[in-house]
Write a protein that binds this ligand. Structure first.
Ligand code: 13P
Length: 291
């Protein structure tokens, strides 16, 4: 069933778990993630990122995502991940997305607040949830995508969200979810992940009713993710580890086959692997630590 992100987040706050926010840029991922949500009983946010336009345009992806969400027995919201342009986000509104990340984190604080507020004032009356970002998410993606060029990862603290700025942002922007930076990386970590859990607690204490989001879930040990959930994170974006999981198995299937390999069989194998990996992730997000 199609459910708003805001509703899901309220349940996550009450029961101390996190909503997984997973990109589904093809029908294989879409089916696998929805099946994993149904089998674990966990609500899930399925995402289309603006950077995935070259893989599948939003006009094609979102109607399919909405259809799967409506037919599912699990609670599913349909979300735009990292919408950088106002026009792109407005297109998502017209297509029926239930929540949208309007990412203006590249701007100074004031402009970030003003842009997000302008968007919130338009879409809040329509019941659409808004995610914003403050601080910056460093990138280390397995493939070069425009807008996701590799960041300098030598000192992640330069990207961290300032709690005082987060307080001002939450008071004035009107967003439903604020994504914060405290040690995660989009894609692959360069060193050992070491999340600044105290920073999350501090931001949570200043955020009022705004829910906190974390991006770059892949590669983060589950015990650190669970500590982040307990500290206040209730929406976690998780993609690279799921999306790269099938490749080694598919390569083995291709190499070991004596005959030409049907793509539909590879797709089915990929779907199973994506399903299994997603189930693991959803189960980890269920159980917050009590530290
Ligand atoms: P990962 O690919 O590192 O899991 O991050 C996903 C993400 O944050 C998408 O916005």
């Amino acid at each position: 069933m199609l459910v708003s992100l805001q509703e899901m987040l309220q349940e996550a706050e009450r029961n101390n778990f996190a909503i997984a926010s997973i990109n589904t840029p093809n029908q294989i991922s879409l089916r696998a993630v929805i099946e994993a949500a149904e089998d674990t009983g966990m609500p899930v946010t399925i995402n289309h990122a603006q950077t995935e336009e070259s893989v599948v345009p939003i006009e094609i992806a979102v109607p399919l995502m909405l259809d799967y969400a409506r037919k599912s027995t699990a609670a599913i919201s349909v979300h735009v991940d990292h919408g950088f342009d106002f026009d792109h986000c407005m297109k998502a509104v017209r297509l029926g997305c239930t929540s949208i990340m309007y990412d203006c984190s590249r701007f100074p604080l004031e402009k970030n607040i003003e842009e997000v507020r302008r968007f919130v004032d338009i879409v809040k009356p329509l019941g659409i949830g808004v995610e914003a970002e403050l601080g910056a998410m460093p990138n280390n993606m397995p493939s070069d995508v425009h807008g996701q060029e590799t960041s300098d990862l030598s000192d992640l603290s330069v990207y961290f969200t300032d709690p005082k700025e987060a307080e001002v942002f939450c008071e004035r922007s009107g967003c439903d979810v604020l994504t914060t930076s405290f040690g995660t990386v989009h894609g692959v970590y360069a060193g050992e992940p070491n999340l600044d859990i105290e920073r999350i607690k501090k931001i949570k204490s200043l955020a009022g009713d705004v829910h906190l989001g974390m991006h770059g879930g892949s590669g983060t040990p589950f015990d650190q993710i669970q500590a982040a959930i307990s500290a206040g994170i209730k929406k976690i974006n998780y993609f690279t580890a799921i999306d790269t999981a099938p490749a080694p198995y598919l390569m083995k299937t291709i190499q070991e086959s004596k005959n030409p390999v049907n793509f539909c069989n590879l797709a089915n194998q990929a779907m199973e692997i994506i399903y299994e990996r997603t189930v693991e992730v959803l189960n980890a997000f269920k159980n917050a630590s009590h530290t």
